[in-house]
Design a binder for this molecule. Structure first.
Ligand code: B16
Ligand code: MG
Length: 215
């Protein structure tokens, strides 16, 4: 088997929390009167909360009325308010099926996320104890596209980077996997990314990719 371990991004791959990020950053941008649309939101995928604010402020020419910490904290409060309504019903059946099949096949599985809310989201989705390893925004010094998150995950899985496959929906995440010397399958927003090794239209396509590599 070429791959022993699969490292999943969380936001945009396992969960649809990307919509919640968009809504909560929109609240902040509206308060500031800063421009914010899907195009800007696209650039926030996979990067930390603080770096997300910096990206939003690139098109904001005025002086900030309050501290940056005030806006990141307020965004997080709104985001967590939206997360609180999540239940295991919000886990897409295709994602659940794919995870269950991979576990049956004996793959080691991890989550590699920039989010400091990753454990809360996994709990909400009924996946608190599913993954062998969870590395999230609390465990890393440098967010994607730095390779730290994926290198830590593979180290904790006890396998080499070349034996890992990363599943990502963000440009920053794909760059992170490449910098970690890992193969990468792109999905969702970044599905057509030219530097990904595989392109997944649906998450279940991952099973086909791996079947070929199991020979
Ligand atoms: P938080 P991922 C990332 O999660 C999100 O894609 C990104 O939009 C967010 O800014 C980042 O987590 C930090 O999230 O504010 O909850 O700590 O895609 O790496 O799973
Ligand atoms: Mg993501």
């Amino acid at each position: 088997m070429k791959y022993q371990g699969i490292i999943f991004d969380l936001d945009g791959v396992i969960s649809h929390t990307d919509q919640f990020h968009f809504k909560s950053w929109k609240t902040i941008a509206d308060e500031l009167g800063a421009p914010f649309d899907e195009e800007i939101n696209h650039q926030l995928r996979g990067v930390s909360r603080e770096e997300s604010l910096e990206i939003i402020l690139q098109s904001y020419a005025k002086e900030l009325p309050r501290s940056k910490a005030y806006y990141t904290e307020k965004k997080n409060q709104e985001y967590r308010r939206l997360l609180s309504a999540m239940t295991p019903e919000d886990l897409e059946p295709e994602v659940k099926t794919t995870l269950d099949i991979l576990r049956q096949k004996g793959y080691k599985m991890a989550v590699g996320s920039s989010s400091k809310n990753a454990r809360l989201i996994l709990e909400k989705l009924g996946l608190a104890n599913f993954f062998e390893v969870v590395v999230d925004g609390n465990d890393i010094e440098q967010s994607k596209p730095h390779p730290e998150v994926f290198l830590k995950a593979c180290e904790r899985l006890g396998i080499a980077p070349q034996q890992c496959l990363v599943i990502e929906d963000a440009k920053a995440g794909i760059e992170s996997a490449i910098a970690a010397n890992m193969d990468c399958a792109s999905f969702g927003d970044a599905a057509r990314h030219p530097r990904a090794n595989y392109h997944l239209k649906r998450i279940t396509d991952l099973l086909e990719v791996l079947k070929e590599k199991e020979q």
